[in-house]
Design a protein around this ligand. Sequence first.
Ligand code: 13P
Ligand code: ZN
Ligand code: NA
Length: 282
Amino acid sequence: PLVTTQQMLKDAQKHKYAVGAFNVENMEMVMAVIEAAEELKSPVILQTTPSTVSYAGLELYLANVSALANKATIPVALHLDHGNSFELCMKALRVGYTSIMIDGSHESFEDNIEISKRVADACRPSAISVEAELGKVGGKEDDLDGGDENPYTNPTEAVEFVKRTNVSSLAVGIGTAHGVYKGEPKLAIDVLKDIKKVVSIPLVLHGTSGVADEVVKECIQNGICKVNYATDLRIAFTKGVKEVLEDKPETIDPKKYNTIGKEYVKEYVKEKMHVCDSVNKA
Ligand code: 13P
Ligand code: ZN
Ligand code: NA
C-alpha cells in the first residue's frame, strides 16, 4: 500500500537499517523500483524532484506509483524530493504525495527555519512527513545548485533547527554531492556522529550515487535512515536503452528498449536494498 515515510523511518531508525529512496523519471522506473521492493520484501520510497515534476506532473507520478503500491504487499511512499517552494510542497500535499521535502538549505539559517516550519505546520494535519535540509549537499540535483561553501551541518544548529521547525527527518551535509563524483568522495563520519548524538529524528543521506557501499553502511550505523539514489538509476536506465538501440537500430517499439532499461534499474535498486539492509523488513 501507499503509506507515509513516518513509520517506515521510525522502524528503520529503531532497527538500524535504512530505507532506500529512489528517484524515478518515468513509468518504467516506477515499475522497476516497486518490483524490486516487492521481490525483496523491502519498504521503499520513490521520489521526484521539481524538474521531474515539471516533466510529467505530480498527478501522473502519483497515479503510476499508487496503481502499483495498491497491489503491493510492501509499504511504498511517494516523496517530493528537494521541494523548492512552499507552493510546490502544498501542491504535492493536495495531490496525495505521502512525504515532502522542503529544501531551504540555500537560504540563511533563519529563513530555512521559517520555510521549513511553515511546510511542517501545513502538513501536520494530514500526518504527512516533512524532510528538511541543514548544511549543504554539493553538486547539482537537476537545476538545483548545491554551492561550495562549508557543506557540513553544524550539530548545535541542527538541534535548534529541529526544535523550532518540528520537521520529521533531517537531510545532513557530511560531504556528499549530487551527481557523479570527480574523485573519491570523503565523508565526514565524525560530523554525522556528532549530529546523531544530539538529534533524535531520522537523518537522511543525499548524493549517494557514487558513494562506496561500505561507506553507506557506516553512515547507516551512525544514524542515516533514508538513503537517496538518483543519478545511478538514470545511468542504468539509459545504458539499457542505448544497448538495445545500438545493437538493433531498426527497433521501433519503445517496449523493447524500455524493458532493458527497466531491468537494469531493477538490478541496481535490488543491490542497494541489500546495502541499506532493508531486505525482508516489510
Ligand atoms: P545522487 O544523484 O548523487 O544519487 O543524489 C540523489 C539525491 O540526493 C536525490 O535527492
Ligand atoms: Zn538530494
Ligand atoms: Na552522488
